[in-house]
Design a protein around this ligand. Structure first.
Ligand code: UDP
Ligand code: MG
Length: 318
């Protein structure tokens, strides 16, 4: 099979038929062997019924239905697990991404041997205040932390070599950072392609302004995880030890000065009146806590297995 198209969706019933017909047209005119994997992420409208109907008419249509809304990242992860195509394309279900882009993305992966091509909505048709401006800041921060020179991390339209999506595990809300996850697994031939973007035709956006708060927090997590995720002791243990020693030496210093003055009959203040006493105390406590955090982190890594993080209710055509 040439192409798997993975489409996560939440309440997009109005778009699905149109999206399917458009993709099918592009696939047929390029003679691709393909599958479309719709992942219904707990829709409460008739999305699943539409997918069932599509799958009866076109055997390339496959469906995964979640038990409830688990999030776009989980939906992508479930789709990735099933994708059989040599090239895997992800796109949104809301007709904002243009299926006509697929052949060029496919060629970049196959002929130019890219591991991953990320779409870039150079000209966007979204709200300027709530999306376009925050997204510029967000992308600048993501570029700085990740070292990847992409303009549009959050673009739903991306293309991957199959082995790349099998190597990454997309959890939480990490769908924004799949290129970073891929890079962390050693897939570094990552490119970018300017893609057409349309205004949302039906329904409304499923992500509010809180996406940017979550996005920034995830950015911190991801840059930390890529460095110390497998060895927390090297971070927490280092700083914990450092702070503990700093506290201990401060306490010793206070004690020695105090004893010295007492023995020599020099007038001196109470140890507890000395500000250093409190600094030493806090340092020792924080140092111990940091060290413990590192230790517990190591224990968690040693014991955790790759548990599933979503529940599938039914599948179609697999
Ligand atoms: N989506 C999803 N699960 C969610 C939220 C969104 O599968 O919990 C899907 C949604 O149906 C769409 C894609 O993710 O196909 C992108 O969502 P949306 O268009 O709302 O995001 P935006 O374009 O505003 O960034
Ligand atoms: Mg959208």
């Amino acid at each position: 099979m040439n192409i798997s198209i993975v489409i996560p969706l939440l309440n997009e019933a109005e778009s699905l038929q149109e999206l399917h017909d458009w993709i099918a047209k592009v696939m047929q005119s390029n003679r691709y062997l393909y599958e479309i994997i719709f992942i219904d992420d707990g829709s409460t409208d008739t999305s699943w019924q539409v997918i069932e109907k599509l799958s009866q008419k076109n055997e390339a249509v496959k469906g995964i239905r979640f038990q409830r809304n688990f999030g776009k990242s989980q939906a992508l992860d479930a789709g990735f697990a099933m994708a059989k195509g040599v090239v895997v394309i992800t796109m949104d279900a809301d007709l904002q991404d243009n299926p006509e882009e697929i052949p060029e993305l496919y060629d970049l992966i196959i002929k130019e041997d890219f591991d991953l091509i990320s779409g870039w909505k150079k000209k966007r048709y979204d709200n300027v205040i709530t999306k376009n401006i925050p997204s510029k800041l967000f992308n600048a921060a993501a570029r700085k932390t990740s070292g990847l020179k992409l303009h549009d991390f959050n673009c739903g339209l991306k293309a991957y070599k199959n082995e790349v999506i099998k190597a990454v595990k997309v959890s939480g809300e990490m769908h924004r950072y799949i290129p970073v996850l891929a890079k962390n697994e050693g897939y570094t031939k990552i490119g970018e392609k300017v893609v057409q973007h349309q205004a949302r035709k039906y329904g409304e956006t499923k992500f509010g302004i809180d996406r940017f708060v979550n996005g920034f927090l995830d950015l911190i997590t991801i840059s930390f995880l890529s460095k110390f995720g497998k060895r927390p002791m090297h971070f927490f243990g280092l700083w914990g030890t450092f702070m503990f020693l700093f506290g201990t030496f401060s306490a010793l210093y206070i004690g020695i000065i105090k004893l010295y003055k007492v023995y020599n009959g020099i007038k001196t203040i109470l140890v507890t009146d000395n500000p250093w006493f409190y600094i030493a105390l806090t340092s020792m406590i924080l140092g111990t806590l940091l060290f413990l955090a590192g230790f517990i982190g190591e224990l968690i890594i040693k014991t955790k297995n790759n548990e599933k993080h979503y529940v599938i209710r039914e599948k179609l055509n697999f």
